[in-house]
Design a protein around this ligand. Sequence first.
Ligand code: FAD
Length: 407
Amino acid sequence: MAPSPTQKTIVVGAGPVGCLAALYAATRGEDVEIYELRGDLRDPSVTPLNFTKSINLALSERGINAMRHANRPGLLDSILRDTIPMHGRMIHSASSSGQPTEESQAYDAHGRFIRAADRGALNARLLDELETMPNVKFFFHHKLAGADFKRKRAWFEHKSASNAETRETMREIEVKFDFLVGADGAHSSVRYHLMKYTRMDYKQSYIDTLWCEFHIPPLTTFTDPEFRLSPHHLHIWPGNTFMFIAIPSTDKSFTCTLFLQSSKFAELDEKPETIEEFFRANFPGVTPNLITPADLISQYKSNPHLPLISITCTPYHYTDAAVILGDAAHAMVPFYGQGMNAGLEDVRVLYSHLDAHKDRAVALEAYTTERTPDAAAISAMAQANYKEMSADVKSTVYLARKRVEEW
Ligand code: FAD
């Protein structure tokens, strides 16, 4: 019997989810081509996200297990080496005399923890691994422009890297595929084209909270830089309907995020001189202790104030031709720290079905059936966790203080 021809899988999007999907496909001997809108994020001149080089994420067992199942010796260890265990959350508040206080709340009675990870570093490590595989080809600066899922063809606009801004250099190429994996993020083009082929239910919503990134630098009074806060916690300054959080980085700084209603951002935009007072009143100890008032204001002004989108849709696939994974299928608000983790888990679940069924169409149907309710559940939990993080975490602090005061 003639051997079956090698399958060609194309992956659209070289973010963490696309890269892991490419690894799974390549490990199974398929010819893999990865098409990415932006440049190679390992190139220091490339900004891989809309606004910044990277963001700090909470990496949990859900995502770790998916990378473990890629079965690439040494890969997971090398990724975890660059992460920082966070054993609990640290709730920041103020005593009745206005002094900053901290309360550590462990995540798990058995000592299990989540990890602070740099999205860019994790993504780069997956790209490094893919580069070692002879059956993987990269196509950076290639934007999916169209797809015919019946004829299994996709079209990409390609700009040369040196002329990335000039439209004159744009060329369109046609690519044939056996299987297309769409991992091109929340504003997915693959999803858009898939909708023309399948009766996809789709819902997109924004919450009335924007986010803005801040940075707490390391303490450099001594020869070696030091963390200014406990490195093994996710730090939260709850504000009831808004919050400030800080996640440790391996360079001993913290990447912080202010989550705040759009109307409140508008008020601060109008009166930047009130930003320091707003922080002093709501996030005890942040300024001047961790971020100087001047830095606070300049970071507030220079870093964008970005929206938070939730997307639910189903089905995720069309026949045996294509599937969407990660944010392309289920972008969610970040309050449960599970967006990327769930996307990585998509890859593990998808390939468990592809391994179990000879017929890819059957496997993709089984994937959609299993994954749709799971993604909806985790997205709903992420929405609900905003209240937990911004308000409910305080209750233990309040209760404890009240008890002490009553005593
Ligand atoms: P993306 O990371 O969006 O990657 C998509 C890729 O596709 C990009 O490289 C893009 O350039 C490319 N692309 C887009 N369009 C095209 C096109 N037309 N053609 C070719 N390529 C294209 N998740 C967690 O698990 N834990 C956390 O703690 C966490 N915190 C977060 C905090 C914030 C503030 C935010 C905003 C998100 C957070 N997330 C977190 C979510 C996480 O960032 C996303 O879920 C994750 O990045 C999704 O990965 P992805 O690979 O599916 O998509």
